[in-house]
Design a protein around this ligand. Structure first.
Ligand SMILES: Cc1cc2nc3c(=O)[nH]c(=O)nc-3n(C[C@H](O)[C@H](O)[C@H](O)COP(=O)(O)OP(=O)(O)OC[C@H]3O[C@@H](n4cnc5c(N)ncnc54)[C@H](O)[C@@H]3O)c2cc1C
Length: 307
């Protein structure tokens, strides 16, 4: 069994900030576990700028900001486990790891920084089948920015949060036709700066107060039935691709066994998007730094009790 003072699950910006802060606050042995091949989390698929405004006063691309964070970890004593997933977190804090490192791990304090997940198409109250050509926005980002895949030509985006708008802009940059961004609320769901930069500057129509009620097409999506919620007016929007960006949900399933009866045990700390979805990375990191401090203090106190 690998033992340490503080272990952090998830190597995104929150996990990195928590691990560095725990180390700076006296945790002698801190481990950071990431299921992917490199640290950085969501930032690795964000080619747009807008990161690190709080820290640098200037905007970096997500990928550049991730590089900066990896440099900070390289200059620390935090032990990093890449390509390693935590597949179980027991009620006594023992973790089961799988991947490049197989085995058990236990720490004085555990920080969960596992990010968030997207609401998938299957979970939405939209009639019709789910043919090919329907993607979540995060998957699109990974396909087009990291893997270089082509996802379609005539694209409809459902949901005007920041992620949906950023993906819409990127698709236009790649020469795709973004027919519209559809938003059920009466106003844009994301930051105003993103509405101006991503939608207005690219002439992408934002249809507020509207939603999609049915997906059309067999084999591949051929269109979607849209409705204007207030008037009930319905019409068909032909498209070959639907990008769904209707919400992010904190990813905390791993903690369920440890949180018996819904109570978070004192040795477990949750930060970043796993705690609540942060619109900007600065806020995720600030919260994670505070959590790192608390985790280090808890581990030290437990250590003193045992000695
Ligand atoms: C599309 C998009 C655009 C954004 N644009 C901006 C912007 O312009 N400016 C800005 O400031 N902020 C932006 N943000 C917000 C910011 O990126 C997030 O708030 C921040 O990345 C959250 O960090 P996190 O570490 O909590 O989560 P993540 O970055 O998701 O990291 C979580 C990590 O945990 C790992 N993980 C999960 N489960 C396990 C497990 N069981 N075992 C091991 N590893 C695990 C994942 O692989 C991942 O690497 C954007 C976010 C998105 C999604």
């Amino acid at each position: 069994m690998y033992e340490c003072d503080v272990v952090v699950i998830g190597g995104g910006p929150a996990g990195i900030a928590a691990a560095l802060s725990a180390e700076a606050c006296g945790a002698k042995k801190t481990a950071l576990i990431e299921r992917g091949g490199k640290l950085g989390g969501i930032l690795n698929q964000c080619l747009h700028s807008g990161f690190g405004i709080g820290r640098f006063g200037s905007e970096l691309r997500g990928t550049e900001y991730a590089e900066f964070l990896r440099g900070k970890i390289a200059g620390s004593k935090v032990e990093v486990f890449l390509d390693t997933a935590v597949i179980r977190l027991g009620s006594d804090g023992t973790m089961l790891l799988s991947g490049a490192y197989n085995g058990k791990m236990k720490a004085g304090a555990t920080v969960l920084a596992s990010g968030c997940r997207e609401t998938p198409a299957g979970a939405l109250p939209i009639a019709g089948s789910r043919p090919a050509g329907i993607f979540t926005a995060g998957a699109v980002q990974k396909f087009i920015n990291v893997l270089g895949y082509d996802i379609g030509e005539r694209i409809l985006v459902l949901g005007s949060g920041d992620v949906g708008m950023i993906v819409a802009e990127r698709l236009v940059q790649l020469g795709k036709e973004v027919i519209a961004v559809i938003e059920q609320n009466n106003r844009c769901g994301g930051l105003e700066r993103n509405r101006l930069r991503c939608l207005q500057a690219n002439d992408i129509p934002l249809l507020t107060g509207c939603t999609i009620t049915r997906i059309l097409g067999e084999g591949r999506i051929s269109g979607a039935e849209a409705v204007e919620i207030k008037s009930g007016r319905e019409w068909v929007i032909p498209c070959d691709t639907l990008v769904i960006s209707v919400g992010l949900v904190p990813e905390r399933e791993l903690a369920e066994e440890a949180c018996e009866g819904g109570v978070i045990p004192p040795w477990l700390f949750i930060c970043g998007n796993a705690e609540h979805v942060h619109q900007i990375v600065d806020s995720a990191e600030a919260q994670a730094e505070e959590i790192g401090r608390k985790a280090a203090a808890y581990a030290a106190a437990e250590h003193r009790k045992r000695c």
